[in-house]
Design a protein. Sequence first.
Length: 197
Amino acid sequence: MKTLLIVYHSMTGGTLQMAQAAAQGAMSEAAVTVRLLPASQADADDMLTADGYLFATPEYLAAISGVLKDFFDRSYYPVLDRVNGRPYGLMVCAGSDGSNAVRQIERIVTGWRLRPVAEPLIVCTRAQTAAEIMRPKQIDAAERALPRVGCGNGKRSGYGGVLKRRRPAACVQHRRQPGLGRRGQAAQPAATRRNQP
């Protein structure tokens, strides 16, 4: 039996709804146990006992939530070199973009040497005023289940429905195609990557 650990933080409910939808999809698989934990309660022991991970966060001020960052800070070194190669996915509930939160988590999990099994899901709520940002969110079921959700900025990224449509064991066995980078693009030589802004 495989264990999927979903670690999330949610203040206005959007990220929680996304995490719950992923948990429901994964629970439909008989060979998977799902642990849905708030980031404030999760720790390194939870990471070590899981076979795969899903990290879910709102984006605040172009960054992951402080509570999820605290989870990574508390868990990083106790887990380092002990979870190499395990699969992960990530979800971001953002007001307008979400890409900085994605990059921030990708840097952390790269240090852990986790491997992505799907593109990140970024759901944009379009909340731009203080009142909209603080208002409880309602993410409709269609958005939570879409394989790819865009932010209207020409970029499309997605994670939704992966666990619902695929057997999680298949996600664990996901391999990148040779010659392709993390996002399925042609891999660039290291020297080229360093010279880019």
